[in-house]
Ligand binder design. Structure first.
Ligand code: LM5
Length: 479
């Protein structure tokens, strides 16, 4: 009897394992390669910390460091790469760059004002650079001399930022690059025994700094790792695996994206069996998935710049600059594909934001104040995509949002419902008191007429779905 019961439990486990794979939308297939340092979980995390992250949906990225001082210009020449990469430009003398910290003095930096501005934009989390590829630390790390403590400003930046954002109800995440142009032990590849020894020391340094950050800033919710693509890192999957487990043991619930990890065969983000490593897919940088199949049921996050590719402050923004409507559309698209969207800002060396960024935050914020319920706690709606924009659905409910980015000249929005559902009510978030009158066009397909006027921001229509069948007098043509 006992044996039978155990057998039953085993079968139930197997079934639920299969279901979780199916829920991911991926094929049921066996892992063909035995891995020690591959994915340790199949399917998304289900704990409260991850559920919280999943519902935040909109974040603010901050790239700030000594690269803000040249702001993409050195000796009158304009660097057309990303401003935070200027040290790697042939026109930039390394020695000059490595002495910029002596001028870093952001006297106008007001963490409470930053947090308020992010809150007004509608951001529910923020990610801030503690250390970018140049190695400059925005906290007074005891493991490096190249930190904020050595600048005229002297004071810690990270602590007051985390505190101010938390006070405004915004979760804080720490960006940390594994690249470190300032540390003599950092290597891209290991060619000699001396390289190997240096990288061993470097990894101890990385581990020390990360432990230090968690101890200093215990309210942070996760790390945002970067610069993990070099051979020296990706060929030591065991270390990335042990580091991830070490950090999550130090700080239970900590969220770490897929970018940190490699497996023992050097596969990154996805292990050699194509299983996602880490807590969410972190490969969406300056691009977004097109359709739900692209994300394979995984939690994911997209990070986006306002110009084509500038993260740190650049004095001269060239090329196309995204408008608030384009950003809102990207946010809605991300949510419609069950992902988070993080918009980047690059503050000036004095600690203030350029006017374009301030204006953008204000514009996004006014839209979010009216329409935020289509974003927060929402995800993929399960509806057929329509040309006017994006459907989102308040997770686990029958409330569906239509974020209308392209208003049809007909003034009518096509909606195709899944079988067994009818529209119970329809109204816009800008005028929730006025019911719209959906028109049934064929079985399960409706037109929602909206006011014919000039729309200057995306319109959100809320649909409440009821169970039922639409009138059945439509007959398919025989052909
Ligand atoms: C590497 C080389 C050229 C363009 C882009 C990249 C990859 N991205 C980065 O190095 C950093 N990741 C972004 C989040 C930002 O921090 C960028 O500098």
């Amino acid at each position: 009897m006992r044996k039978l019961r155990l057998f039953g439990v085993a079968i139930a486990c197997l079934l639920s394992h299969q279901q979780s794979i199916m829920a991911q939308g991926s094929d049921i297939k066996k892992d063909t390669i035995a891995l020690q340092h591959g994915a340790h979980r199949i399917g998304n995390r289900t704990d409260a910390d991850m559920e919280r992250w999943r519902n935040l949906r909109f974040g603010q990225f901050i790239h700030w460091g000594v690269y803000a001082i040249p702001g993409g210009i050195w000796n009158g020449k304009v660097y057309d790469g990303a401003a935070e990469w200027i040290r790697s430009w042939k026109e930039m003398p390394k020695d000059a760059y490595d002495n910029l910290y002596k001028q870093f003095d952001p006297v106008a930096c007001d963490p409470a004002a930053w947090a308020q501005q992010a809150k007004d934009m509608g951001a529910k989390y923020m990610v801030i650079t503690t250390k970018h590829h140049d190695g400059f630390c925005l906290w007074p790390s005891k493991f490096s001399k190249y930190t904020i403590a050595a600048t005229p400003y002297k004071k810690d930046i990270i602590g007051p930022m985390v505190a101010a954002y938390n006070k405004a109800g915004i979760d804080a995440y720490l960006y940390f690059s594994i690249i470190d142009w300032n540390n003599p032990d950092w290597r891209t590849s290991l060619k000699t025994a001396a390289d190997t020894a240096a990288m061993v020391r470097f990894k101890v340094f990385v581990k020390n700094q990360l432990k230090e950050l968690l101890e200093r800033y215990p309210t942070v919710k996760g790390f945002w790792f970067d610069g993990t693509w070099d051979d020296s890192w990706k060929n030591d999957g065991a270390f990335s695996d042990e580091l991830e487990q070490y950090l999550q043991k130090l700080h239970p619930g900590l969220i770490i994206g897929s970018r940190l990890r490699a497996d023992e065969k050097g596969a990154r983000h996805f292990d050699s069996n194509n299983r996602l490593m880490g807590d969410y897919e972190q490969g969406w940088e300056r691009k977004l998935p097109e359709k739900i199949a692209d994300v394979h049921g995984h939690d994911w996050e997209g990070v986006m710049t306002v110009p084509e590719n500038q993260w740190g402050y650049h004095q001269r923004w060239d090329g196309h600059i995204k408008s608030s409507n384009e950003i809102i559309e990207m946010l809605a698209k991300s949510v419609s594909l069950s992902g988070n969207f993080v918009l980047n800002f690059g503050p000036k060396p004095d600690g203030t934001f350029r006017t374009e960024e301030q204006q953008l935050m204000t514009n996004i914020g006014s839209w979010m104040k009216v329409n935020g319920e289509a974003i927060y706690g929402a995800g993929y709606a399960g509806f057929e995509k329509q040309d006017w924009g994006y459907f989102t659905r308040k997770t686990g409910t029958d409330t569906v949002y239509m974020v209308v980015c392209n208003v049809p000249v007909s003034g009518k929005l096509r909606v195709k419902l899944p079988a067994g559902k009818v529209i119970g009510s329809a109204y816009t978030l800008e005028e929730p008191g006025t019911q719209l009158s959906p028109e049934l066009i064929v079985r399960n397909e409706y037109f929602i007429p909206i006011a014919q006027k000039v729309y200057t921001t995306p319109l959100v229509v809320v649909l409440t779905l009821w169970n039922g069948a639409a009138a059945d007098h439509y007959e398919k043509a025989k052909t």
